[in-house]
Design a protein around this ligand. Structure first.
Ligand code: CP
Length: 326
């Protein structure tokens, strides 16, 4: 593996999941793999789980990590080629990235979308400029359109859950991605990425997945990620017999970055959960309680959110190890 930007960089989803679970069982099994190596973690935007779990993962591999909150503490970067830098940007990524390539063996970057310009965001300009100019492997810590470390974690968490509570032989797991209300426009990254990875996943035993996406009208995601899923505006119908419900808000994709609907009826609660096959509930966090997800779900026995966030370490460790072993 040369970089980790999307599911397309991963030779086998199943093998990455198995590696993540192997690290969970034995975190220090490769504690020399990253000896004398250094990863730079660049945050243009805030983070808690991604930042800490990647640092823990690097430490488990014996690798040094250096965090740079470039968004808050660094020179404001310019990403457009041939820009006339007479505005507020101070340093071009063309100058900054090769320097980071000298300091580090790999570079991990978080860059959220603007939600102002769909073409710019969906071209993944920022992370692609780092790929172009850094000269070392790049890891996405969440980019404008995708959050692959989260998605690998999510597939790992579902696999682990299905090993603890297996389905009847031959039955595919039903996985539902449901839109949830929110007070501000959020990126589509987590939903896009979850859809991309679930569509690429064979299921825990190779039998596939019954994948359903449900959202209000006008919240369609980009088809390049959702193709293969069943899409419905009827949340109750979608939830019927679900084994996993993945809850996430996203803003509109077509009329880009807007909030059209904030209907609180879309918030998952125990009444809706009763429609499912006693589904496990997932969310990437952070979550706005009693807006996106109810207290009764988050504090109830079906919530996997803490386990899921814990698994971020093992997914990150599997990815870093794959890059170190290339
Ligand atoms: N889920 C996730 O990426 O969390 P952070 O934004 O806290 O890193």
């Amino acid at each position: 593996m040369k970089q980790f930007i999307s599911v397309h960089d991963v030779p086998s989803v199943k093998e990455m999941v198995e590696q993540a679970l192997a690290y969970k069982a034995n975190p220090l099994q490769d504690k020399q793999l990253g000896a004398n190596k250094r990863i730079g973690l660049l945050f243009l935007n805030p983070s808690m789980r991604t930042r800490l779990s990647t640092q823990v993962a690097a430490a488990n591999l014996g690798m040094e990590s250096i965090v740079f909150n470039v968004g808050g503490e660094g020179w404001k970067l310019e990403f457009e080629d041939e820009a006339i830098m007479s505005g507020d940007t101070v340093e071009h990524v063309k100058d900054a990235a090769p320097i980071m390539g000298k300091y580090f063996d790999m570079l991990a970057i978080r860059t959220f979308p603007s939600l102002q310009n769909k073409a710019d965001d969906y071209s993944e300009l920022y992370i692609n400029q780092f790929i172009k100019y850094a000269g070392i492997p790049i890891v996405s810590l969440e980019s404008a359109t995708l959050h692959p470390l989260q998605s690998l974690t999510d597939i790992t968490t579902m696999t682990e859950s299905l090993r603890k509570n297996p389905l009847p032989a031959g039955r595919k797991p039903k996985v539902v991605l449901t839109w949830a209300p929110h007070v501000k426009p959020l990126p589509q990254c987590v939903a896009n990425s979850f859809a991309q990875w679930v569509n690429a996943w064979d299921g825990p035993n190779g039998e596939g997945v019954d994948f359903v996406i449900t959202h209000p009208e006008d919240y369609e995601l980009d088809e390049q990620f959702t193709k293969g899923a069943t899409i419905t505006h009827n949340q109750d119908e979608a939830l019927k017999d679900a084994d996993f419900v993945y809850v996430k808000n996203w803003s509109t994709y077509n009329d880009y970055g807007k909030i059209y609907c904030n209907d609180p009826d879309w918030m998952l609660n125990n009444e809706k959960l009763a429609l499912t096959n006693n589904a496990k509930v997932m969310h990437c966090l952070p979550v706005r309680r009693n807006v996106e997800l109810s207290d009764e779900i988050l504090d109830g026995p079906n919530s996997l959110v803490t386990e899921e966030a814990g698994n971020r370490v093992w997914a990150a460790q599997a990815v870093l190890a794959a890059l170190l072993s290339k």
